[in-house]
Design a protein around this ligand. Structure first.
Ligand code: HEM
Length: 82
């Protein structure tokens, strides 16, 4: 579906890699502000390893994310596209 979300550069995403500056990640071309989710993550602070970059390498290692309900959670935090 078409999205009214803004386009962000990788440079902009990379600026958001702490709870202070906000925690953004990318996944399949989408940009997500997961700052509010960090404290709720079942896997704890490991999630911060992906801050400012792509989820794919981490989710390839932790296959627990390969579930529809995980993508549903992620989708709630979408703020734009790369
Ligand atoms: C577990 C979401 C990023 C490591 C989970 C679970 C959810 C979740 C919902 C529980 C899944 C289940 O048991 O059904 C997310 C979301 C992420 C994210 C929405 C990004 C926005 C990461 C990253 C890492 C990670 C980047 C590692 C660097 C883990 C680990 C568990 C886990 C190790 C298993 C925890 C346990 O059961 O003891 N995550 N995750 N996650 N996540 Fe994440």
């Amino acid at each position: 579906p078409t999205s009214s979300h803004p386009i962000f550069s990788q440079e902009e995403v990379t600026k958001h890699r702490s709870l202070e500056d906000g925690v953004w990640v990318t996944y399949k071309g989408g940009v997500y502000d997961i700052t509010e989710f960090v404290a709720m993550h079942p896997g704890g602070n490991k999630i911060l390893l992906a801050a400012g970059g792509p989820l794919e390498p981490f989710w390839a290692l932790y296959a627990v994310h390969n579930q529809e309900h995980v993508l549903e959670i992620l989708s709630e935090y979408k703020v734009g596209e790369l």
